[in-house]
Design a protein around this ligand. Sequence first.
Ligand code: KG4
Ligand code: ZN
Length: 338
Amino acid sequence: MSVHILAIESSCDETSAAVVDDGRNIRSNIIYTQIATHKAYGGVVPEIASREHLRKISSVVKLALEESGLAPSSLDAVAVTKGPGLIGSLLVGLSYAKAVAETLEIPLIGVHHLSGHLYGGVMSAQDMEPPLCALIASGGHSSIVYMPEHLKFEVMGETRDDAAGEVLDKIARSLGLPYPGGAALERLAEGGDPESIDFPRAWLGPDSYDFSFSGLKSHVLNYLNRAAMKNEEVNKADVAASFQQALFEVLSKKTIRACKERGVKQLILSGGVAANGCLKSMMAEHAEAEGIRFHAPPKILCTDNAAMIGSVAYYKFLKKDFNSISLNATANMPLQNE
Ligand code: KG4
Ligand code: ZN
């Protein structure tokens, strides 16, 4: 008998609901993105985000159920992102999930957003069971995680300032691209030479697995400002390609070193930035050279979605690790064992 879990994700600017069987088989994964609403402001406006979630949550959940082909009475549990994220947005998903749990008298399972991103990789990989390492690179986080077994996480390194997606979005903006800029910057970079400008790589010493991208960000912004002051034309495609190269080289090399230190032969790249083809091929190449198996999920499981939350929840369900109806949402929470 399969375990059917309804999952809800509303931590930032996507309202999503999914039905997942046994942590892996996606029956439905409905994602309503608010990007068009926030575009005009150049970034996510928290107050607007929570109101949009409120407006959409019911229809998104209903659609996910409808598409799953299951009756609500067949659901075994309801899972929801408990944090980190925008507090008002998280509370919309959490309150809805509580109402479902109470009404259907099924367990409630709170899931950390980052373990969700990691399981977006685990659930879509063929036969990739822990131990493994993962690079989670999203709009809010850049973390290297060692996962010795299911639901156990050791954060080996993380960003000390901007997250990878955050710098991508900021540089994209200064290049005149719309929010969120990661994907548009990738397209622009395709026409550029990644070796044309030597932007700095912040290694932070030989032993560190942490990241710092504020120096790189300042360099790129200074490069653009200097050219603007001198009225010089810049080749934007070259800037985009060289910037990506500097950012991705640090992400890739540190992650591969982490795998080697833990003696791990499997690597997952996940989070919104994992949608980037250039980063994926760079990491795949570095991994192959070291005999490490590499997997990045399909785009739909990279950016925020509820299926990944349903996957983590399955493993918590097996342990009967349920939450009480008083579960609260938390805006800032480090990744810990689930
Ligand atoms: O995981 P996600 O959907 O939300 C967070 O949890 O933060 O990640 C969003 C981030 C944004 O910064 C966006 O620019 C970036 O992922 N992103 C990309 C691409 N698609 C989305 N970055 C680089 N290349 C892409 N193709
Ligand atoms: Zn995310």
